[in-house]
Ligand binder design. Structure first.
Ligand SMILES: [Zn+2]
Length: 323
């Protein structure tokens, strides 16, 4: 357990040095032109400059460690950002913006924006990430439905799963598909509808073709093109009380969903649909960097800090000026 009164959480200069060590293990590089030549980068010393400012001799621009990150131009001191990152990274099921607001002395609204930015830092860019699984490795897939509505699930002849809300509109249906590499990482997706097309796209974009895929008996996987997209597709028949057959099971992905559901029910009850993908990024991140994989709370928080670059622009849509 990291001491929450540690200097990086209480002193903005120490926090900046810590962030520099995480982002620039080989020394600073210029975010404007990419220059990483130490001799061509000088630290701006003296009272005239704000601390942590560097000058690039290549492009003659100045920068600090937060340029191009989700922390850039924030009025919240960096040590509070690091504390918020640590708290979100180390909480088992998540932590509410209300609790952050009380813990670190920022307004509720600021706490809410901070957590969403940190979730953005935790998000895996699946389009450019390594595929999951590989030869001989097992990836488990499953779907769940998040939200308050009581839904009845039906499946039509063509295999399309349909949901009927009692007196509620389709906006309350929140299908989530998750992939978990056994003994490895998780990726989950909030999809508009859990259909053949959607599942096929997710499998093709995220799972190595040499993998074995384990699911339950859902037609989404068995009747679609999915079995041809992996080395082997096997399923257990939950409806016939079959949960494990040899090494075929989907317990890992079900374990993932159980943490996700407990957190969404206990902590993030009021999550709106448009933000669901960010909460999923948070759960994916903690699961993928869990203690069973040798990642402790401190490592996990540092891993999140490494993800803060290059994502600020994608989050500009929300009114970050409020921070
Ligand atoms: Zn430069």
């Amino acid at each position: 357990m990291t001491d929450l009164t540690a200097p990086i959480f209480t002193d903005a200069d120490k926090a900046r040095e810590h962030l520099e060590a995480q982002r620039w293990p080989d020394g600073p590089y210029c975010p404007h032109c990419g220059n990483a030549d130490r001799l061509r980068i000088t630290k701006m010393e003296g009272e005239k400059h704000r601390p942590g400012l560097y000058n690039c001799k290549e492009c003659r621009k100045q920068f600090s460690v937060t340029v191009g990150t989700v922390f850039e131009r924030s009025k919240v001191p960096l040590n509070k950002w690091l504390l918020a990152t640590y708290l979100l990274a180390s909480s088992k099921k998540g932590i509410s913006a209300h609790q952050l607001h009380r813990s670190i002395g920022v307004t509720y609204k600021t706490a809410w924006f901070m957590f969403h930015r940190i979730r953005e830092a935790m998000r895996v860019d699946t389009a450019n990430a390594e595929p999951m699984g590989g030869q001989g490795k097992v990836v488990e897939a499953d779907e769940t439905y998040q939200g308050k509505t009581k839904e009845t699930r039906t499946q039509s002849v063509d295999g399309r799963v349909k949901y009927q809300n009692k007196g509620r509109g389709p906006a309350n249906k929140r299908p989530v598909i998750a992939l978990v590499e056994r003994g490895g990482k998780a990726r989950s997706f909030h999809v508009h509808a859990a259909t053949f097309d959607v599942v096929e796209k997710i499998v093709s974009q995220n799972i190595d073709k040499e993998s074995r895929l384990h699911t339950d008996e859902s037609r989404l996987y068995s009747v679609s093109k999915v079995p041809t997209m992996v080395a082997e597709h096997e399923s257990v028949k939950h409806s016939a009380d079959e949960y494990v057959r040899g090494d075929v099971y989907s317990n890992s992905v079900e374990g993932y969903f159980s943490i996700f559901k407990r957190g969404m029910k206990g902590i993030y009850q009021h999550c709106s649909e448009k933000h669901l993908h960010r909460y999923l990024a948070e759960y994916d991140f903690r699961f993928s960097n869990r203690i069973a994989l040798g990642v402790d709370d401190t490592d996990r928080a540092n891993e999140a800090l490494k993800g803060i670059a290059g994502k600020r622009l994608t989050y500009r849509r929300t009114s970050e000026a409020l921070l």
